[in-house]
Design a binder for this molecule. Structure first.
Ligand SMILES: Nc1ncnc2c1ncn2[C@@H]1O[C@H](COP(=O)(O)OP(=O)(O)OP(=O)(O)O)[C@@H](O)[C@H]1O
Ligand SMILES: [Mg+2]
Length: 678
């Protein structure tokens, strides 16, 4: 009698257990049952179950503490061990809602086994991972043996079908049974036909905070996030310690939590659950630009990676004060730190570059009529005409002087727009004579002294005197008089600045609009000479506020535009990169120079768009093929926030500088005021 009663109680308990689980686990309840049955049969008492699955705390003790005790020689007992170092110094698990580990509140939630969506898109778990700081996610996947699972599913489906026959379609659980059967078919088909594997997955969410109030707020946020994703998450009341252990990276989940959070999935769903989906820019060996605005991953760009990017050129757009110069200098400093040669051409506000330039040991050169710095336009700096001699033995020995003469002729036509061919011819012979007086001829050997150094080079003043000495060229002397003895005499002297520095800033702020093309020519001629020295050495030319140069001259006379264009077109061949920043998008695309702006844009593989006003943003949308959302993002961007377009990747980033760099670069009035007060 006693025995029968016991049997009866057991049957009722099993039935109600099954019922509860079926209701709780819904559609996937069947598979849960399979697992339960498989893990411990009817005959097994809870004790046996307990033995089979010891608590996680016990497991940890067995694995780590016992092992350590066994392995530690007697002499060493009592000494500080690795375990002592990595283990927290205190854990308070007296609360229902959290555990406090080393003063930090940890609260845990798990996604209930029945709480997932049946159908999901790719990377459907990424919102959880991107939920922000202080929220950690721990996913556990366990592959189950196919054969066992398959036979269980078959059995269970068969059972359900026979049950279904007894159940009228008006009964409450009819749909549930129907669902369970179709799930069984789905799993069987996936495993048999598509050769997928069967996994159990569990998700534990960790929320941390320094105090209880923050913790509760964050837990509520996570719950809202989960319900917005149609997921049911439960707080692990009284089980936070076990969850803490379960979320350690040791691939062990507390059995009780696992049972509640367990969900079956097949291989394709497992692949789709990979949570890191957001586009990111991470090129090994590149320079740090900032943090991804959405998932806080770092944005590291290696523009010199020719496998990824067709060229190393870039464009930066942004309204005034958006942070163009800030980004540009950040990049320049980081390139320099990597040993890359950096040139910065600053047509306006060159003073913004002085501090950083001095701090990194660079050379700041001011190209201006009033400046003491002088770059001799007639100086020959190249040691070889052939850049390829670095790579292969080169026997060509073309005349370096002849090449220099060509660029001098461009310079003369810049000074006098309507220069005739006759005048150019006269100039040509005068230039040759001037070089000859310094012992320099078309023979490259004549360029060098016996000790291998360059000979003294003529200046525009010498050319001026040469022109004056002949009757037929006297008139031409007038043309360069300004540069030889007049107000622009500083351009006609010998070079007196060190041009071998790896960080060179060329400031042209004080050049008037009329003089800018000349200043630009001098700067670019020098930069080009340096750039062409090597095809192997990396170099970057930064052009800030390019729009101010593009406006110089118009139509075919827009020489500044065509120089810049040439740089963007050719620099890749010399292992270099050209990066420009522009403020005024609409006018730089619509004026005469628009043609150059568009070409430059097409020649750039990466673009950074900082904040733009609405009008400008729509112009950017047109030329950069941005989506509406991306355009709105540009309008919404705050200072230092940007849309980075590198190849097909478009990522929103927060541009970051270290405090040291920030202090060197900032031009904010308030920062400068603080500095003055110090
Ligand atoms: N990413 C950033 N982080 C912190 N501060 C920034 C950032 N970007 C810009 N700033 C601040 O904004 C100031 C103005 O930025 P910046 O000089 O780069 O503007 P700009 O776009 O070059 O403007 P303009 O076209 O007028 O030259 C900087 O001096 C700096 O103090
Ligand atoms: Mg600026």
């Amino acid at each position: 009698m006693k025995f029968t009663l016991l049997k009866e109680v057991q049957t009722v308990s099993k039935q109600s257990k099954e019922e509860i689980r079926r209701v709780t686990f819904g559609k996937f309840g069947n598979e849960e049952d399979i697992y339960e049955e498989q893990e411990h049969s009817d005959e097994e008492t809870p004790k046996v179950h307990q033995d089979k699955k010891p608590s996680l705390v016990q497991k940890f003790k067995d694995t780590f503490v016992k092992k350590q005790e066994e392995e530690t020689p007697e002499l060493w007992t009592g000494q500080t061990s690795v375990l002592d170092i990595i283990a927290p110094s205190s854990i308070d698990n007296g609360s229902r809602d959290y555990v406090v580990v080393d003063g930090i509140y940890h609260s845990y939630l798990y996604v209930a086994g029945y709480g997932y969506n049946t159908r999901n898109e790719m990377a459907w778990l990424s919102p959880l991972v991107e939920a922000g700081d202080n929220i950690g996610i721990s996913f556990t996947f366990r592959r189950m043996p196919r054969e066992k699972i398959l036979s269980r599913i078959s059995q269970k489906t068969m059972l359900n079908r026979s049950r279904m026959r007894d159940v009228g379609d008006t009964r409450q659980d009819f749909e549930e049974l129907d669902d369970a059967i179709s799930s069984g078919y789905y799993l069987k088909e996936g495993m048999n036909r598509a050769a997928q594997d069967f996994y159990y997955m569990s998700t534990v969410i960790e929320v941390t905070a320094y105090d209880e109030e923050d913790l509760e707020q964050r837990v509520a946020d996570v719950m809202t996030l989960c319900s917005s994703m149609s997921m049911v998450c439960k707080r692990a009341d009284y089980k936070h310690e076990q969850c803490f252990l379960s979320s350690l990276p040791v691939l062990s989940v507390e059995p009780d939590i696992e049972r509640k959070a367990r969900r079956n999935i097949l291989t394709d769903s497992l692949a789709a659950s990979f949570p890191f989906s957001s586009f990111e820019v991470y090129d090994e060996g590149g320079i740090f630009l900032g943090l991804n605005k959405y998932n806080r991953s770092v944005a590291i760009l290696d523009i010199f990676d020719s496998d990824k990017y067709a060229n190393a050129n870039g464009c930066i757009f942004g309204t005034t004060g958006a942070g163009k110069t800030f980004l540009l200098q950040n990049m320049a400093l980081r390139f320099r730190m990597q040993g890359t040669q950096v040139f910065i051409i600053a047509p306006v506000k060159g003073h913004e570059y002085i501090d950083a330039c001095e701090a990194i040991g660079g050379k700041y050169i001011k190209i201006a009529p009033s400046s003491k710095d002088c770059i001799n336009i007639m100086e020959i700096r190249k040691t070889s005409l052939s850049t390829d001699c670095e790579i292969k033995e080169d026997t060509r020995n073309d005349s370096i002087l002849a090449e220099k003469m060509q660029s001098l002729m461009i310079f003369f036509s810049l000074i006098k727009n309507d220069i005739t061919q006759d005048e150019l011819n006269l100039m040509d012979s005068a230039v040759i004579r001037t070089y000859e007086t310094f012992g320099i001829t078309f023979d490259n050997k004549s360029l060098f002294e016996e000790d291998g150094s360059f000979k003294k080079m003529p200046t525009l003043k010498d050319l001026y005197e040469e022109l004056l000495s002949k009757e037929d060229t006297k008139k031409l002397a007038l043309m360069i008089e300004k540069f030889a003895v007049g107000s622009l005499a500083s351009f006609g002297r010998e070079t007196n600045v060190d041009l071998t520095n790896k960080y060179i800033v060329l400031d042209m702020t004080e050049m008037t609009d009329a003089l800018k093309p000349i200043g630009m020519f001098m700067a670019l001629e020098f930069v080009w000479d340096k750039a062409k020295e090597s095809r192997i050495q990396k170099k970057v030319i930064f052009l800030d506020e390019l729009w101010t140069l593009m406006g110089c001259g118009s139509g075919t006379r827009n020489l500044a535009g065509s120089y810049v264009n040439e740089i963007f077109r050719l620099i890749r061949g010399f292992g270099g990169s050209a990066i420009q920043a522009t403020q005024d998008l609409s006018s730089s695309f619509s004026s005469d120079a628009g043609k150059y702006s568009k070409e430059i844009l097409n020649l750039s593989s990466f673009k950074v768009i900082l904040h733009l006003e609405e009008d400008e943003a729509f112009t950017a949308q047109k030329y950069l093929s941005l989506s509406d959302e991306e355009t709105m993002q540009i309008i919404r961007n705050g200072r230092g926030e940007a849309l980075l377009c590198a190849n097909k990747n478009k990522v929103c980033i927060d541009i970051k500088a270290s405090p040291l760099m920030y202090n060197l670069i900032t031009t904010k009035r308030t920062d400068l005021e603080k500095r003055r007060k110090k």
